[in-house]
Design a protein around this ligand. Sequence first.
Ligand code: TPP
Length: 327
Amino acid sequence: MAQTPDVKKYDKKFLIGLLEQMALIRRFEEKAAQQYGLRKIGGFCHIYIGQEAVATGAVSAVDLAKDYVLTAYRDHGHALAVGMDPKSVMAELYGKKTGCSRAKGGSMHMFDASKNFLGGNGIVGAHIPVSTGVGLKIKYREEDGVVLCFFGDGAIHQGSFHESLNMAGVWKLPVVYICENNQYGMGTDYRRVSAEPDLWKLAGSYKMPGTFADGMNALDVHEKVKTAVERARSDSQPSLIEARTYRYMGHSMSDPAKYRTKEELMEQKEQDPIIILQKQMNEADMLTDDEYKEIDDKAKETVKEAIDFAENSEEPEIDSLYEDVLA
Ligand SMILES: Cc1ncc(C[n+]2csc(CCOP(=O)(O)OP(=O)(O)O)c2C)c(N)n1
């Protein structure tokens, strides 16, 4: 794993912000899984627990007034990390009219143009060319933005990944490609299907800088993404970052995850991203247990309000099926 950045060099407010964000994602996802079990939420549902440090650390390195974020279908964490209203995210999961995609997207299609968050995409690898296109738009219009494109280790072997990185390399587009290597694409261990298991090294084929980050450490992710963002902004140089992380739950709500052992899961949980940052701050006298409890209680309360909002929102009208249909 990468060397851990020293917490003392950061502002306490910034660190608290990271903890708040990760606690909110964790509590939100726990409730989403629970409500799915109660059949309040239907369809596909992919939970982000374990990976919180990746979305949180990376998004903390951009400016959403001018930068963009796109991701795959495990998108609740990214939606919250960009600052979407948890109410509109939960209502979308519930299939209610007040959901961010007006109940037409569901779990895999969170979206908020006001936060420059262009989704959420259910097709593995399909948003990588879209992110590359946003990078082209930024360059063509001579804007100052940068794109963060998140995807899983399962997407890295799709043609769309290779075609996109080649274009970004040739045209020098300001896109930071972030592979969230949570070690499994559904039930497939990435080591079984990757000729090059150090996924970040694929960057070399496209003449762009590549590196890996400890995806269980928000600060390491922040640092690596920040460097790549600066390079993209000042030099229009794309990068590939492999964030090494782990998902605690099954691929989706219907996966019993029999392809891994309990021991492996327990071992990974010892690297819990929230506990790691909390412990680092504790040791540096930057956080007390009471302060963390307050952060966690606030996250639980926010999620409770989101659930109440979703529960009490109306179902969409049948006629709305024909609204916003573009093709
Ligand atoms: C083009 C395409 N092929 C197959 C699928 C079915 N599928 C859904 S998720 C998934 C695994 C993707 O794994 P990864 O990209 O590593 O993301 P993670 O689930 O780890 O977040 C597959 C194969 C799909 N949605 N799209």
